[in-house]
Design a protein around this ligand. Structure first.
Ligand SMILES: *[C@@H]1O[C@H](CO)[C@@H](O)[C@H](O)[C@H]1NC(C)=O
Ligand SMILES: *[C@@H]1O[C@H](CO)[C@@H](O)[C@H](O)[C@H]1NC(C)=O
Ligand SMILES: *[C@@H]1O[C@H](CO)[C@@H](O)[C@H](O)[C@H]1NC(C)=O
Ligand SMILES: *[C@@H]1O[C@H](CO)[C@@H](O)[C@H](O)[C@H]1NC(C)=O
Length: 288
């Protein structure tokens, strides 16, 4: 290869590698809220920003209109930076993002985290017209409504922390249809009301409504129960046999033989424990 070609080859290769390395070195940070991004007024919340081990600076930003304002910076090498809001209020609610510094460069910003403060308006009421017990595959309708407040948005908080949001309908209420449901839909639901003009300021949580989804695996349970009963029966028979042997023939077993049978004495002990559970006190006295 001519020297000129070699230089060109290296230029392409090295440059390509450098660009690739930079992409790999600067993954988009991940922002999250602990324990939840829906925080009661005056409650505390942690905002976590996950970068890389080589990130030496983290910056938390709140998005305002088309720009952002820096809320806090954390200096020091760490993979995850923790920002704490001790007293949540309407000023700390909003859309947050974070980024980290590494090798004298900023990463791209994280996705936006929507931090909501609750408890600023009276609670709405959550109800279901159907039952609170459903079969897998069915749909469940939930209704969030408020007699006093004219909310134009409603959010439903689902087990596992996720929330669903809805416009209110003509009757000043939010209707949510869940389904087709499966077992993971079981749990406690609450809803909130809010105004579209202040999307991060919500009402107090509604009453809690518990939904139970049941019934798919009843057959499996039956089989399981039969197996369990069979096993219990078998264990009982074995224990009875050991007990009978113990009662009828302890004198047959010599001291020497007993040493070879450590399991037997353990089983006998266990069987006696079984018996104390199973016999009535009178029988127990008679036995011992
Ligand atoms: C806010 O919470 C703190 C505890 O974190 C408590 O001491 C304080 O009284 C609360 N303030 C109000 C107005 O409830
Ligand atoms: C954002 O826009 C609103 C009105 O749309 C304005 O009142 C507010 O001052 C703006 N905030 C910033 C930081 O520019
Ligand atoms: C549940 O709702 C879906 C649409 O979301 C519909 O296709 C389905 O037929 C409904 N199932 C029942 C049992 O009503
Ligand atoms: C239940 O349904 C949801 C979506 O409707 C799905 O993401 C989830 O994997 C399902 N869970 C099970 C245990 O089937």
């Amino acid at each position: 290869m001519a020297p000129k070609d070699t230089i060109f080859f290296c230029l392409v290769l090295c440059l390509g590698q450098r660009i690739q390395a930079q992409d790999g070195n600067f993954p988009i940070p991940i922002i999250s809220a602990m324990p939840s991004s829906v925080v009661p007024w005056n409650g505390s919340v942690k905002i976590l920003c996950q970068g890389t081990l080589a990130s030496y600076l983290y910056q938390l930003e709140i998005l305002e209109n088309l720009t952002y304002r820096v809320v806090e910076k954390k200096l020091g090498f760490q993979e995850v930076a923790e920002f704490v809001i001790n007293h949540m209020d309407t000023n700390t609610a909003g859309r947050y993002q974070c980024r980290y510094g590494r090798e004298h460069r900023w990463s791209a910003p994280s996705a936006a985290l929507e931090l909501v403060v609750t408890g600023l308006y009276d609670k709405p009421f959550l109800s279901t017209d159907g039952g609170q017990v459903a079969m897998p595959g069915e749909n469940i309708s939930l209704r969030c409504s408020s007699a006093h407040m004219s909310f134009d948005r409603f959010s439903l908080s689902r087990p596992g922390g996720a929330t669903l949001s809805r416009h209110r309908d003509a009757r000043l209420q939010g209707d949510f249809t869940l389904g087709p449901v499966n077992l993971s839909f079981s749990g406690v639901y609450t809803c909130y009301g809010w105004h579209s003009g202040r999307p991060y300021v919500w009402s107090a949580p509604s009453n809690a409504l518990e939904l139970v989804v049941t019934g798919t695996t009843s057959q499996d349970h039956t089989t399981e129960n039969w197996i369990r009963m069979g096993m219990s029966g078998l264990v009982l028979i074995v224990l009875l046999a050991i007990l009978a042997e113990n009662q009828l023939g302890p004198q047959v077993i010599h001291q020497k033989d007993q040493k070879d049978l450590p399991d037997l004495s353990w089983s006998r002990q266990k069987s006696q424990t079984e018996w104390t559970f199973r016999l009535t006190p009178k029988d127990h006295q008679g036995y011992s």
